[in-house]
Ligand binder design. Structure first.
Ligand SMILES: Cc1cc2nc3c(=O)[nH]c(=O)nc-3n(C[C@H](O)[C@H](O)[C@H](O)COP(=O)(O)OP(=O)(O)OC[C@H]3O[C@@H](n4cnc5c(N)ncnc54)[C@H](O)[C@@H]3O)c2cc1C
Length: 379
């Protein structure tokens, strides 16, 4: 069997590469070891979140990625919501950072503005009014339901002529040869391709282990929760972030007022620093609210969830959120790969083969932009 390009991995990065390659006219085959994607790409908030990216190159890449996402979602007739986002301030120092960002961020190209408490409540009835100072409104964020978007997008790719090989582990790449097959059996299929793009998420073991061993890549485990669907078609409105999030996304590091906020949280809530907890809330297609998250870093991922972390997340959520039902229907964790210094990792372990992975906590945001970047670099 033959294709121009093979994509290894059916997470968002792999699917984005397949989409960009196929629309440039290439014959593409996608290999995914599982019968359906079950990695970080379906375990996330579904937030396409340019506001989180640092000013300059990464913010521009996120905005470009958003444009291609929109093309892809419309082509595939998949639901998305142009929700925008609100970063909400319930403390004076959070309001100071957000007010400063509304000025310096705008100058740096972010389409955002400061809203006072009243204007904030008009944007979303999900915000806790007690002690509310105001919020930063940004119009660029999109929300997708990751289980649906990542679950259903492959069908569109297939209709567009992409070969999908789900349940097929790629065991060896020796271009032009790719050897793959079901992980649990010895059955093999062989493909001939010109190029291979490896988007294997946090699998550092199966392909090119030497490249990964010297890459500095690591893993991060995040705990998440989801409520049952909210009653009466209740709408969250914009996807939401609490004041704790300001110390998390690099975009806000341009604010001179940030160190004071960091110091206050470190003194007041050391356990939130210990577990790198910040608060985000988004809504899925069925009306449930996704809440999270914590961050545990290191190659060795603890398979057990810690109820302490769920408790800390829910305690903080109650400070900034007001939702009709807090009934938690699902709890899970996800793992992504990340590089300690770079926003993503690229390598060319053999001629014609490119590894693209580790967009960290921004893979939903950056993948389509990264895919365009890869295909340009390989052209
Ligand atoms: C809890 C959580 C919340 C997040 N929230 C957001 C968010 O709201 N917004 C945002 O921008 N980002 C978010 N992220 C980050 C984002 O989800 C990840 O960066 C992104 O999903 C990584 O995508 P990926 O395709 O690289 O990896 P994955 O989704 O892990 O996919 C990799 C795939 O490759 C397959 N694979 C590996 N090796 C092989 C092989 N040899 N043969 C065949 N198949 C193989 C695996 O089975 C897997 O399906 C979040 C992450 C988590 C965990």
């Amino acid at each position: 069997m033959r294709a121009d390009a093979a994509v290894i991995g059916g997470g968002v990065l792999g699917l984005a590469h397949a989409y960009v390659l196929a629309r440039s006219g290439k014959r593409v085959v996608v290999f995914e070891r599982n019968l359906r994607a079950s990695g970080a790409s379906i375990r996330n908030f579904g937030m396409i979140w340019p506001i989180g990216q640092p000013a300059g190159e990464m913010h521009a890449l996120a905005l470009r990625s958003r444009e291609i996402w929109l093309d892809a979602l419309r082509d595939a007739k998949l639901n998305f919501r142009a929700t925008g986002s609100l970063h909400v301030a319930h403390r004076a120092d959070e309001a100071e950072v957000l007010r400063e960002f509304a000025e310096v961020g705008r100058a740096a190209g972010y389409r955002c503005e400061w809203l006072n408490a009243e204007a904030t409540m008009e944007k979303s009835e999900a915000i806790q009014p007690v002690d509310l100072q105001g919020s930063l409104w940004s119009e660029t964020e999109l929300t997708v339901d990751p289980r649906k978007a990542i679950g259903e997008f492959p069908r569109y790719l297939q209709e567009s002529g992409v070969d999908l090989r789900y349940g097929s582990l790629v065991r060896r790449i020796d271009l032009p040869l790719i050897e793959a097959g079901p992980a649990a059996s010895g059955a093999k299929e062989r493909w001939e391709v010109d190029t291979a793009i490896v988007c294997g998420g946090d699998d550092f073991e199966t392909l090119y282990p030497e490249t990964f061993a010297s890459s500095g890549l690591s893993r991060c485990k995040l705990q998440m929760m989801r409520t049952s669907p909210q009653p009466d078609h209740w709408q969250l409105g914009p996807s939401l972030a609490s004041g704790l999030t300001l110390r998390f996304y690099k975009a806000f590091s341009i604010c001179k007022t940030l160190p004071a906020l960091r110091a206050r949280i470190a003194a007041e809530k050391p356990e939130y620093d210990r577990w790198a907890i910040h608060l985000l809330a988004s809504q899925t297609a069925d009306g449930a609210i996704t809440l999270g998250d914590s961050h545990e870093y290191g190659l060795d991922v603890d398979i057990f969830n810690k109820s302490l972390l769920d408790d800390l997340i829910l305690r903080e959520a109650a400070i900034f959120l007001r939702i009709p039902s807090w009934l938690i229907a699902e709890r899970w964790h996800g793992v992504y790969s990340l590089h300690p210094e770079r926003p993503f990792f690229e390598a060319e372990p053999a001629p014609g083969v490119r590894i693209v992975t580790a967009p960290g906590g921004s893979g939903m945001t950056l993948s389509f932009g990264l895919a365009e970047r890869t295909t340009k670099a390989m052209a």
